[in-house]
Design a protein around this ligand. Structure first.
Ligand SMILES: Cc1cc2nc3c(=O)[nH]c(=O)nc-3n(C[C@H](O)[C@H](O)[C@H](O)COP(=O)(O)OP(=O)(O)OC[C@H]3O[C@@H](n4cnc5c(N)ncnc54)[C@H](O)[C@@H]3O)c2cc1C
Length: 451
């Protein structure tokens, strides 16, 4: 059998590896348009901040290792530019030698990921406007920050990539007071935003919310003008453009491949698309949301790895490992605040017809007398009628508190009720948690609002 994989990152390589584990003799070819494969973009903020010293540290397996240890041929600088689903042929462009060739396949795995959103009015050609999506972007930005004096920065976009990067700029010598973030909201879609806001304000970062940047203009090689919809003008030394990501599926727009309105490829739980023998996985694909009960676009690494593995297993003939779907769990570090969420918001719960209620508690993250004890928050969204947990958000001073989201994600996945969460036997010792774990406190408070 011949397998073509488009994209050499978590989703594509997980698929290729799963197939290789079962079929030593199948022809597998991974085409990657870039120069890097098998890396975690998730580490980019910590590479730019210099906590991670070299780019190599972000790379799990090189092309050579993949070929030598896994027997997976990887073709760098090879872009798949078109697919003929009828003929089962991919048209590949060798970018270095500027030549094209056709590659027939029995199975195709589309793992093209996402690309950073662009806007011609903001994404003008200027040496000090950066995107943060690939290792090339990371390399350009870090090397720029190390070689140039940068006094101020404007981050356009207040999603997690925009906000995670703040600590990189501060670590590279830009003062918090000289950094401005502009966007619709601060990560959370609820009142938990207030904790992010106070963390940013404590570090001096300027926040402009619910306003739109309409234009970015060059003043000189070192200065940029950022113009907002209310006429406000900010002059700055550096702009980071992080206005979201879109699935990298442009080449499939006018084909029979079923896509969501934003371009994400629709799959079933076996990562099969609507076209026979064509699979999709990772940031280019949609995921089934178990609480919203529909396909959604939540491009994150754990799903990309799992979906790639499922696609590979199914192609290999193992049909016992479907992708279970997501409940929307995510975790981010914003300066010294650790933020996490799972499930759905109060607004979404109400739209689904639940008798949605919300409680927010604040509690010490560890025993109050243990050195370093600080406050954390937990917000629970639940149905007052059935007592079902529907969503949760956490802010905490460390990973200890933020990772409690996994308990709540597990509870959500298991369909637990607030009453069940109240009864959980959670661990306790002073350096780890208060004797009443914040999850139990939150559940106790929520229970009082249940019918
Ligand atoms: C700065 C940053 C921080 C992040 N932090 C986190 C985090 O903390 N937690 C988390 O869960 N997720 C995080 N993510 C998201 C995570 O990196 C992605 O979910 C994950 O990389 C998706 O893997 P993928 O293989 O689907 O796509 P990608 O990693 O995007 O890989 C797709 C590959 O396909 C290649 N490609 C695209 N089109 C073609 C073509 N036509 N031909 C050949 N090759 C092609 C691309 O060059 C790319 O290498 C972060 C992302 C960024 C950018």
């Amino acid at each position: 059998m011949k397998v073509v994989v488009i994209g050499g990152n978590p989703a594509g390589l997980s698929a290729a590896s799963a197939i290789r584990r079962i079929h030593a003799d199948w022809e597998i070819n991974v085409y990657e348009k870039d120069q890097y494969v098998s890396y975690g973009a998730c580490g980019i903020p910590y590479y730019v901040s210099d906590e991670v010293k070299t780019l190599d540290q972000l790379i799990t397996l090189t092309k050579e290792k993949l070929e030598e240890h896994r027997n997976i041929p990887v073709h760098l600088f090879h872009e798949v530019i078109k697919v003929d689903f009828e003929a089962k042929v991919a048209l590949v462009k060798d970018l270095k030698h500027n030549r094209e060739f056709s590659k027939p396949y029995d199975y195709l795995v589309i793992a093209t990921g996402a690309r950073a959103k662009s806007d011609p009015l903001l994404d003008i050609k200027h040496p000090r406007i950066f995107k943060v999506h690939t290792l090339n972007h990371a390399e350009q930005l870090k090397s720029f920050l190390e070689k140039n004096t940068v006094d101020s920065a404007v981050v356009i976009g207040t999603g997690y990539i925009g906000l995670e990067m703040l600590e990189s700029y501060i670590a590279q010598g830009i003062k918090g007071e000289q950094i401005t973030v502009i966007g619709p909201r601060l990560i959370f879609r609820s009142s938990s935003q207030k904790y992010v806001e106070s963390e940013l304000r404590e570090k001096g970062v300027n926040i402009i919310l619910q306003r739109r940047v309409t234009k970015v203009e060059s003043i000189s090689d070192t200065k940029i003008k950022v113009i907002l919809d209310d006429g406000l003008i900010i002059e700055t030394n550096l702009v980071q453009l992080s206005i979201g990501v879109v699935p990298a599926t442009d080449m499939f727009k006018d084909t029979d491949l079923e896509l969501l309105p934003n371009g994400a490829i629709v799959t079933n739980e076996f990562m099969q698309t609507n076209i026979p023998h064509v699979y999709a996985a990772g940031d280019c694909a949609s995921s089934y949301h178990k609480i919203l009960k529909k396909n959604v676009y939540i491009p994150l690494a754990p799903a990309a790895n799992k979906q790639g593995r499922v696609a590979g297993s199914i192609i290999s003939g193992k049909s016992d490992f479907p992708f279970p779907g997501v409940v929307g769990t995510a975790i981010y570090k914003v300066l010294d605040l650790y933020c996490a969420s799972t499930g759905i918001t109060e607004v979404e719960a109400k739209q689904l017809g639940y008798d949605a209620q919300v409680t927010t508690i604040e509690s010490k993250e560890i025993a109050h007398y243990y050195p370093g004890a600080k406050k954390m928050s937990i917000q629970l969204v639940f149905d007052a009628e059935s007592h079902l947990l529907l969503g949760a958000e956490i802010t905490a001073p460390s990973t200890l508190g933020a990772k409690k989201i996994d308990v709540l994600a597990t509870a959500l996945t298991a369909g637990m009720r607030i009453d069940d969460i109240q009864k959980l036997d959670l661990s306790y010792a002073p350096p780890f948690a208060p004797v009443w774990d914040p999850i139990l406190i939150a559940a106790n408070v929520a229970r009082k609002k249940c019918k």
